[in-house]
Design a protein around this ligand. Structure first.
Ligand code: SF4
Ligand code: SF4
Ligand code: SF4
Length: 295
């Protein structure tokens, strides 16, 4: 659809990361009215429509039109392409997945890309980027962005322990007393943690040493060791830099829904903070035990 000059100028005032969406919505509205050219009146009409009927058309993106981004805020970040999507819109989070699924990793428990996509969707639903841009006064710097990582097994190749929000999959194991152990010792040879002892046909797993990689269950020919439902270990507040810190465990064995809930709480902590501290500092200010109570 064609746009006249004044309409185009108005569109240019919309923050770049919502321009595409706003353009589509205005053109849809114009089409519904039988127009083939978007003029200033269509833009203003569309704008009133977005803001006046929120239940139908006021998408969160349209709401951002009320608070256009001061592009100066992004000038430093623009030196780093990784903080922008393919359309040039800012994205103030990075999610790193391990490559287990792509390379058929023998340790893989769960395809980390699946959870990574859900975390990404959640951050988009929460309008994390827009709200963070709005919250930060002055220049947005790389350390203001949120770092996340998901790994498909406890080997943690994507390094979730040093991210603001880190997750690795795990496969809890247990001994099934109904399946007699044949003392083949394959599980003992497989376990890199030395967590298994076999004595007189009795299998014992040290729960403090076991990292729930599930490998022993995969090699047990008798079914004496079994796995239960796959879970996620969820950690927050990891960082590198001048004072590196490992992330603190929030949920040692979480379902997907609880994992997403932890993300909600983290986002709320970041966006409601009055200061621009690193996330680890915010976690320490709130207290990990208090954060756990919110999940
Ligand atoms: S984290 Fe685990 S599943 Fe992912 S690539 Fe590393 S070893 Fe493989
Ligand atoms: S799940 Fe992994 S760490 Fe735990 S006992 Fe089995 S092989 Fe060892
Ligand atoms: S692999 Fe299974 S059968 Fe073999 S020693 Fe371990 S528990 Fe027993």
């Amino acid at each position: 659809m064609e746009w006249d000059k004044s309409a185009s100028l108005l569109l240019e005032k919309v923050p770049p990361f919502v321009q595409k969406t706003v353009r589509e919505k205005i053109e849809t509205l114009a089409r519904e009215r039988g127009k083939t050219l978007v003029t200033e009146s269509e833009v203003m009409e569309a704008r009133e429509s977005f803001m006046g009927r929120p239940q139908k058309t006021a998408t969160p993106q349209a709401a951002v039109v009320k608070n256009p981004i001061d592009n100066k805020k992004l000038s430093i970040l623009k030196k780093y392409p990784k903080y922008f999507d393919k359309d040039g819109n800012p994205v103030l989070y990075q999610i790193k997945s391990c490559r287990g699924a792509e390379v058929n990793c023998p340790f893989l428990i769960t395809n980390s890309n699946i959870l990574a996509d859900k975390l990404r969707n959640r951050l988009e639903e929460l309008h994390f980027t827009e709200k963070l841009i709005d919250k930060i006064e002055g220049q947005i710097l790389p350390h203001h962005t949120m770092k996340l990582a998901v790994a498909g097994c406890p080997n943690s190749c994507s390094m979730p322990q040093i991210k603001d929000f880190g997750v690795h999959a795990l496969e809890p194991v247990y001994v099934d007393p109904d399946c007699a152990c044949t003392e083949c010792m394959q599980c003992v040879e497989t376990c890199k943690e030395g967590a298994i002892t076999i004595q007189g046909g009795q299998v014992s797993i040290d729960k403090d040493t076991c990292v729930h990689c599930g490998l022993c269950a995969r090699v047990c020919p008798a079914g004496s060791i079994k796995t239960s439902e796959k879970k996620y270990r969820v950690m927050i507040g990891g960082k590198v830099g001048r004072h590196p810190r490992f992330a603190l465990v929030v949920l040692p064995q979480a379902e997907e829904s609880a994992t997403l809930k932890v993300l909600d709480v983290c986002v709320d902590i970041i966006l409601s903070s009055k200061t621009e501290h690193r996330f680890r500092t915010l976690v320490e200010q709130h207290g990990i035990e208090e954060i756990k109570k919110r999940i």
